[in-house]
Design a protein around this ligand. Structure first.
Ligand SMILES: Cc1cc2nc3c(=O)[nH]c(=O)nc-3n(C[C@H](O)[C@H](O)[C@H](O)COP(=O)(O)OP(=O)(O)OC[C@H]3O[C@@H](n4cnc5c(N)ncnc54)[C@H](O)[C@@H]3O)c2cc1C
Length: 380
């Protein structure tokens, strides 16, 4: 590691560890995927989220004035490490807390910050992100969901896809085309959409894991009040960029789950009655090395951010992370055979297919690495 945790971060670690020991009851531990829970799981996660919020640990990167701790990046990394070590579940509102709140804090009016941030922090209101459309994903500026200014409201019509947590969301950070005559990036606005408004239909999407972590959202002539606008009219691209670039601590801690899963796989293989042959050993050793490589890449990304020279490291980490996650699933299937056809290992293998699409596809990240790391010419 080419950086050291400052004493303040270690003090924070000690306090947090003690708090987790006192508060993380077994019923909360390893609750797992917030995105794939049923109603009962959602309510348990909400209870945990409230407990975190009351202790000031739900959104430590937020300003103190809005219930955060003004925590720096290293403290956020410490929080992720300690949560991982203790087996604490994720928050109920991961997208809201990490991605949408920074946009509200940067572009929102004071009344919007006071209205939306406290219930988001406690998990009382769940938020989703409505950016992608059937014809706009990697090329987000091509979005077509239309918002027409009608004086007292926007009339919104269109469709969103891949809306994580859409089934449960109370609010959605929605990108709309507010002026089709302006250049693509300049005609987009951002609305804070109340999902209870008439004209909104949410259709959960069942994935190959059998869960419905996403939904499609259909908007049919929805009357959205004018004060739902976040940022300037037609200034939605800047809001979207704040949201999309606010995942720095997330990128720097992606390796934690990977290391845990690799260690568990090695343990499972070791505990079996069948002897571990040379092929299995080699596969596990290779997987372990790839996990460590990811850890080093994450640490380099963190160092770069801390020293103010963040570059394409995030793309590299995302790229390698999705590959290692997929390798874990494939290796588990090869080494455990029938045992990996159900339960945790089957879910790991199937869920990991989506990781090379979510949050920037492998191909788009490879383009970034080709241009900004290898200095190759831009893709035409
Ligand atoms: C797990 C998961 C969670 C998600 N959650 C959300 C969410 O909450 N909210 C939301 O709005 N969206 C969400 N998404 C959507 C995600 O942002 C998009 O899937 C992603 O941006 C890709 O867009 P697309 O699916 O339209 O594919 P496209 O952009 O149409 O890409 C199709 C194929 O073309 C390739 N491609 C595209 N452009 C290039 C290029 N320039 N060069 C080379 N190849 C290229 C891609 O790599 C891909 O293989 C989620 C997706 C996943 C998988």
């Amino acid at each position: 590691m080419d950086f050291a945790y400052p004493p303040e971060a270690e003090t924070f670690r000690g306090e947090l560890r003690a708090w987790l020991e006192a508060n993380l009851e077994p019923r909360f531990r390893d609750l797992g995927q917030g995105l794939s829970l049923d109603r009962e799981g959602i309510e348990l996660l909400r209870e945990w989220n409230r407990r975190l919020a009351e202790a000031g640990y739900a959104a430590i990167h937020w300003p103190e004035a809005y219930g955060g701790r003004d925590a720096g990046l290293l403290e956020q990394v410490v929080l992720a490490e300690e949560n991982d070590r203790a087996g604490a579940p994720p928050t109920l509102n991961p997208i809201g807390l990490a991605n949408i709140a920074p946009a509200i804090l940067q572009h929102g009016r004071e009344d919007q910050k006071r209205r939306y941030l406290p219930p988001m922090q406690r998990g009382d209101e769940i938020w989703s992100q409505g950016f992608s459309e059937p014809g706009a994903g990697s090329d987000l500026a091509g979005l077509e969901t239309r918002a027409v200014d009608e004086g007292d409201c926007f009339r919104v019509t269109g469709q969103k896809v891949w809306n994580s947590l859409g089934e449960w969301a109370d609010w959605c950070q929605l990108l709309v085309r507010s002026d089709p005559d302006k250049p693509r990036h300049a005609g987009i606005s951002c609305l804070l959409l109340d999902m209870k408004l008439p004209g909104i239909e949410v259709r959960p999407t069942t994935t190959i894991t059998g869960e419905s972590e996403f939904a499609e959202i259909f908007l049919d002539d929805v009357r959205v009040p004018k004060d739902a606008l976040l940022g300037e009219p037609d200034g939605g691209w800047a809001v979207a960029m704040t949201t999309l670039t606010s995942e720095r601590a997330g990128v720097a801690t992606l390796h934690l789950g990977v290391s845990r899963r690799i260690a568990r796989l090695a343990e499972t293989v070791r505990a079996r009655s069948t002897p571990v042959g040379p092929v299995a050993r080699e596969k596990l050793a290779r997987l372990y090395l790839h996990g460590r490589l990811l850890e080093r890449l994450s640490q380099r990304a963190l160092s770069a951010i801390l020293s103010g020279r963040a570059g394409p490291e995030g793309s590299l980490v995302k790229l390698v992370w999705s590959e290692v996650e997929q390798e874990i699933g494939e290796t588990a299937a090869e080494l455990l055979g029938r045992e990996a056809l159900g339960g945790e290992w089957a879910r790991t293998r199937l869920a990991a297919r989506s990781y090379s699409i979510a949050g920037g596809t492998t191909q788009v990240n490879k383009n970034i690495v080709a241009q900004r790391v290898l200095g190759l010419p831009r893709d035409r």
